[in-house]
Design a protein around this ligand. Structure first.
Ligand code: DGY
Length: 320
């Protein structure tokens, strides 16, 4: 019997994922769950046939060029692959896969939580209750922005964007979207298509980002884009921090152009943007869009499915 491929699992994945991986591969698991710098990734690559990383491990052009020839596949435990330089990895003959679909529900749930929490002042209300500072009530107390009946702009009508649209319809929101290509009517479900992002911004009382971070989209939510939004709009980001120019966002919050923001992603992770902490109308979470037990298992299994297909000599379903 031939030896099992050696698989490096760079983070602490779900128990079910680790159990299956341990059954089928000769695994090296990072039980300590710390992150690795590029030199450590390059050094480890000499010992393994496959890597199962998260978005926390960087495979830029430099790393790709220096990975050991032994590595044949990077089976990501993420849908986003902005941490991977795909052309550079392809040039090295390394297969790259991701885990689409399985995290759409969980991520849209967090987007809805952020949207609602930002609109209805959840941070401020929670702080008042927790500190015992709630000593006053009036009809003008903690008045927020109504979600039902408002217009939601979705940037990126892919899998997560489509689930977000369904959740928003449950709140009687009017759904608008921008996507590189208009989606078919059965996926559009009555949503209004905008063929430019600028046009979408103009109608978005709420804007939710569901597009990948690429050189083209990096920083595209900037001062000019934000200025196109209706006054008092709310920005929600569960996609990638790189999409948003954070100083432009802070300026828009400070002058009241945006009434609130809900953010799960930041330019610097972990850590986020300390300047945001002073603003109770910025509702923040630490990149937990896909962090449910069910979804973590599904992401791990999807990554293993891709590895299994690869080592069986087939094309993995999620090969990029
Ligand atoms: C993803 O899958 O891209 C999520 O952001 C978690 O990594």
């Amino acid at each position: 019997m031939s030896a099992k491929p050696v698989l490096w699992i760079t983070r602490r994945l779900s128990d079910a994922t680790l159990k299956r991986a341990t059954r089928d591969y000769d695994v090296i698991i990072n039980h300590a769950d710390g992150t690795f710098i590029s030199d450590e990734i390059i050094a480890m690559s000499a010992q393994v046939d496959a890597i199962l990383p998260c978005h926390s491990e960087l495979f830029n052009a430099d790393v790709a060029a220096k990975l050991n020839n032994r590595v044949k596949i990077i089976a990501n435990h993420s849908v986003g692959v902005d941490h991977c330089d795909l052309p550079a990895l392809k040039a090295r003959g390394i297969t790259v896969t991701n885990t689409p679909d399985v995290l759409s529900d969980a991520t849209a749930e967090i987007a809805m939580l952020l949207l609602l929490g930002a609109a209805r002042r959840a941070v401020e209300g929670d702080r008042l209750m927790r500190t015992g500072a709630w000593d006053f009530w009036s009809p003008s107390f903690m008045v927020g922005k109504q979600v039902s009946g408002a217009r939601l702009g979705i940037v990126g009508m892919g899998r997560v964007g489509q689930v977000m649209a369904r959740r928003a319809r449950g709140f009687d929101m009017e759904v608008h979207y921008y996507n590189r290509n208009r989606v078919p009517p059965e996926l559009e479900q009555g949503a209004t298509y905008h063929d430019t992002i600028e046009s979408l911004m103009g109608v978005s009382d709420f804007l939710s980002l569901h597009c990948p971070a690429t050189p083209q989209t990096t920083g595209f939510i900037d001062k000019d884009m934000l200025s196109l939004m209706p006054d008092g709009a709310v920005l929600v980001n569960t996609a990638r921090g790189a999409l948003v120019n954070e100083s432009a966002l802070l300026d828009a919050i400070t002058v009241g152009k945006l009434s609130a923001a809900g953010l799960d992603c930041f330019q610097i992770e972990p850590g986020g943007n300390p300047a945001f902490a002073a603003y109770e109308n910025i509702f923040m979470l630490p990149h937990i869009g896909s962090a449910t037990t069910k979804t973590r298992d599904a992401m791990g299994f999807r990554a293993l499915d891709n590895l299994d297909a690869f080592f069986a000599g087939d094309k993995p379903n999620d090969q990029l």
